[in-house]
Design a binder for this molecule. Structure first.
Ligand code: ARG
Length: 463
């Protein structure tokens, strides 16, 4: 079997070796970036006088043909194709003959694969960011449609204080806004070309790493060849970004699961976004939300797995680094699926405003407002807290209604009764960033502006 490296060897590699070392089954998706990188490398070789114009034209034509064959699905992989880089070079050489044999001059698969992966990540990040923005838009839109609908806000999953539904949905949207920021930060940091680092030490040939970096649209070029070929920080960072995004999606998923139970009854899932049970005819299950919650574990695993791979590696390239791709591609694929599914789920489900409001209107939800009523009259908060706490306990123990106890309380009385009226408590969250209608306007304006500026930096795309 004629591998790219067979010159040094007398015999062919064992079948088991090839079966174990190939990355072709999963690195094929780097083909467009590999071809783009090769085109820029060839132009660099021309600038360095290593390839003449005729040879370069033959190689570029061959690269065009390889691109077309891959696109059309007519590209025939050979058993010796270890990875996409080998496959492209082999085919280019078949097509372009001797000129093709020069394409790898001054280049190693070590700087090549790092270049391809960075190009790939630059695009992949934008795809994820756009899907996050679409989900955020649905969160904002569902909030806007809900007007002043409110529900209990929870701490410890115990009813705490009423909050506007839009405020609750915006809380998720802000977490996703940070995910977009993080992805764009990662993109900025990984925007460095490693091409020209060679296997690890650069080259004796007149290469032009700066020129190829500019040619490929990179913002910067490596300064240390050994760092350039061994650095997978960008993969780890991106896996972290995706893992945390997965955690954010999982929190949202968990609420959707809870809210769509009979016990909560806050949300009805659309048929198209729910599943049935093979045995229980009455069931309508939130499988999308559950899988989103489940997949977040896998995303965390992909991150920790790669970190473990990286931790013991001496400089510079080691084959262990090939293990960067499967977790990366898996996390990207899973997060894209989860984002789309969760966006569709949220866009199509129905909020049950009455049930939410009824849960939030429990008189005890106004406990803090009663205490703050006393504070406004000059009672120290700790004392006010004790007074209202005792009143709630009395209501629970004696079965007397909170309203009755408030009405007949020495410090509260009739003036405090209106705090117990339905829908009043939520209106009293008036401070900046608070959960009531008053601060809702400025928050919405800020969120809308953030979404607009994020769309501008991420771009519309056609994915
Ligand atoms: N498929 C390899 C990878 O993903 C390409 C680099 C191989 N380099 C080498 N020296 N064997 O890392």
């Amino acid at each position: 079997m004629a591998t790219l490296w067979h010159g040094r060897f007398e015999g062919s590699p064992a079948e088991e070796l090839m079966a174990f070392t190939v990355s072709l089954p999963y690195d094929q998706r780097l083909a467009p970036d590999d071809i783009e990188g090769s085109r820029a490398h060839v132009r660099g070789l021309v600038r360095g006088g290593i390839l003449d114009d005729e040879e370069a034209a033959a190689v570029q034509d061959a690269l065009d043909q390889v691109e077309e064959e891959l696109r059309a699905g007519t590209f025939r992989f050979a058993p010796s194709d270890e990875d996409i880089h080998t496959a492209v070079e082999r085919r280019v050489t078949e097509i372009a003959g001797d000129a093709g044999g020069k394409i790898h001059t001054g280049r190693s698969r070590n700087d090549q694969v790092a270049t391809d992966l960075r190009l790939y990540c630059k695009r992949a990040i934008l795809v994820v960011a756009r899907r996050i923005l679409q989900l955020q838009q649905v969160l904002v839109q569902r909030g806007a449609e809900s007007d002043d609908a409110y529900l209990p806000g929870y701490t410890h999953l115990q009813r705490a204080q009423p909050v506007l539904l839009s405020h609750h949905l915006h809380a998720h949207a802000w977490a996703f806004a940070r995910d977009v920021d993080r992805l764009m930060d990662t993109q900025r940091r990984l925007d460095v070309s490693p091409l020209g680092a060679g296997a690890l030490a650069g080259s004796s040939l007149p290469l032009d790493p700066h020129g190829t970096a500019v040619d490929l649209g990179f913002a910067d070029v490596f300064t240390n060849s050994m760092d350039a070929v061994s650095d997978r920080d960008f993969v780890a960072e991106l896996l972290f970004d995706l893992a945390l995004l997965g955690v954010h999606l999982s929190r949202l998923a968990e609420e959707i699961i809870l809210w769509s139970t009979a016990e909560f009854g806050f949300l009805k899932l659309a048929d198209a976004y729910s599943t049935g049970s093979s045995m229980l005819p009455q069931k309508k299950n939130p499988d999308i939300a559950e899988l989103t919650r489940g997949k977040s574990g896998r995303l965390i695993g992909n991150l920790t797995g790669l970190l473990a791979t990286l931790k013991g590696l001496p400089l510079a390239y080691n084959r262990d680094l090939q293990e960067d791709k499967e977790p990366l591609f898996d996390s990207l694929d899973q997060i894209n699926l989860a984002l789309s599914a969760m966006t569709g789920l949220l866009a199509s489900s129905t909020f049950v405003f009455d049930t939410m409001a009824a849960a939030a209107d429990a008189p005890t939800s106004a406990a803090t407002d009663l205490a703050e009523f006393l504070v406004a009259k000059g009672v120290p908060f700790r004392e006010a807290h004790g007074i209202v706490g005792a009143l709630v306990r009395e209501s629970i123990e004696t079965g007397a209604s909170v309203a009755d106890l408030v009405e007949h309380h020495r410090d509260l009385g009739i003036p405090a009764l209106h705090l117990l009226e339905t829908g009043v408590a939520v209106t009293r969250r008036t401070t900046p960033g608070g959960a009531g209608p008053l601060p809702a306007g400025p928050q919405l304006a800020q969120l809308a502006a953030k979404l607009e500026s994020d769309w501008a930096r991420v771009g519309a795309g056609d994915d």
